[in-house]
Design a protein around this ligand. Structure first.
Ligand SMILES: [Zn+2]
Length: 390
């Protein structure tokens, strides 16, 4: 008989793998696959094939129950953020229970949910279910949700199509039905160096970059002042925002800067198209570039997309939301400002909702924890889900 682990034992095991996004997650994936195999569950992998990738990573997915469409996906990511430089009191890779809390990197975001999902899949397989249950464990969520889209495509090719997904990001086990989308662009302004005393013959990349950054200020001022749409009114702030969080450029105070590099990020409210914000930004970029090229023709601005996380659009009587509300009894409206993989599932035709144990406020923090109460609430939720699948 294979040994069946409890949700807590599973979480302890998952957290013992330091799967920081920059490192491989294969030891964790190997272990999960072996564990599920020992219970007779077939697993599938999707290997990361991003160009130039040195570290090997994989996503894992599996299906239990009848080979029919219409199942439920439990979705979590396997990567965690680094602990470097953070003042941890306990070992981040060991689950430590103290004061009614489980401490450890990923207890909240989101190996606690992953553990509960693995437990649920094994139970569903053992007990037998009428409605299929699937699990999807991704990588690279913490670096812009870049692992999930190709994984979901592979799941759709491989398994009978499920109709809904529960993404277990920490939501205090409430049904979160909407979040903003994210788009990030690395902007590289390539100017022309001259002595700053004759700056009119050069192209100062920093000063032209400032025009784009000030455009972002104008966007924010206008958006914050505008009347929000009905959907946007659920978010805080209730509009799309543009943000520059890092910048570098220039070499000396008396040389027109040859380079200026910054990130331009948009958080887009559901109901607005992220592509439209990209187009508006690119239009401004071309306008500034034309001004630069009027001085020195070979100057230019290069833009590359750093991340693209679609918004989670609140669904009208969504199947996923309805099921989670029936189980939790929570009927309030919850929207969040962080991005998740839920919008990526929704984009591909799944009804999607976020519901997982723990508080997002503890995610990414030193001494990250999930309360024992929240972890148990996640477990209890899954017991009820299993009853519904039977
Ligand atoms: Zn997360």
């Amino acid at each position: 008989m294979p040994k069946t682990l409890s949700p807590l034992e599973l979480m302890t095991k998952l957290i013992s793998f330091p799967t920081v996004s920059r490192d491989s997650n294969l030891p964790l994936i190997d272990w999960v696959e072996e564990y599920l195999n020992s219970h007779g569950i077939t697993c599938h992998r999707f290997y990361d094939d991003k160009e130039g990738r040195i570290v090997e990573k994989a996503a894992l997915f599996a299906h239990v129950g009848p080979q029919v469409e219409g199942g439920i996906v439990l979705s979590g990511h396997t990567d965690v953020v680094p602990v470097d430089g953070q003042p941890w009191v306990t070992d981040p890779w060991t689950v430590t229970e103290k004061d009614g809390k489980y401490f450890g990197r990923g207890t909240c975001d989101m190996k606690g949910f992953d553990a509960i999902a693995i437990w649920t899949l094994v139970e569903a397989h053992k007990r037998g279910v009428k409605r299929p249950l699937q699990i999807a464990l991704s990588f690279d969520e913490e670096i812009g949700c870049t692992g999930a889209p190709p994984m979901i495509d592979r799941i759709m090719e491989t398994l009978p199509k499920a109709s809904m997904v529960i993404v277990g990001e920490p939501s205090m086990m409430q049904a979160v039905t909407g979040h903003k989308g994210g788009r990030g662009y690395l902007t590289h302004i390539k100017g022309f160096e001259v002595h700053s005393s004759i700056l009119h013959t050069g192209v100062n990349a920093i000063m032209y970059g400032a025009k784009l950054i000030d455009w972002a200020n104008d966007v924010n001022t206008a958006n914050l002042a505008a009347e929000p749409t009905e959907i946007a009114a659920h978010f805080f702030p209730s509009c799309t925002t543009a943000h520059v969080g890092m910048i570098e450029g220039g070499t000396a105070h008396n040389i027109t800067a040859k380079d200026c590099i910054f990130g331009m990020d948009f958080r887009v409210v559901p109901g607005e198209k992220p592509d439209d914000w990209r187009d508006r930004y690119l239009e401004k970029v071309r306008e500034v570039e034309a001004m630069m090229q009027a001085v020195v023709p070979e100057t230019r601005i290069d833009i590359s997309e750093k991340f693209n996380v679609p918004p989670l659009m609140p669904e009208e009587n969504g199947e996923a939301e309805t099921l989670v509300r029936q189980i939790t009894g929570d009927n309030a409206s919850h929207k969040v400002s962080y991005g998740t993989e839920a919008g990526q599932f929704q984009e591909r035709g799944y009804s999607a909702v976020i519901c997982g144990p723990g508080d997002i406020a503890q995610a990414h923090q030193p001494n990250e924890f999930c309360t024992v109460e929240q972890f148990n609430a996640g477990h209890a939720f899954m017991e009820k889900l299993l009853e519904r699948l039977a």
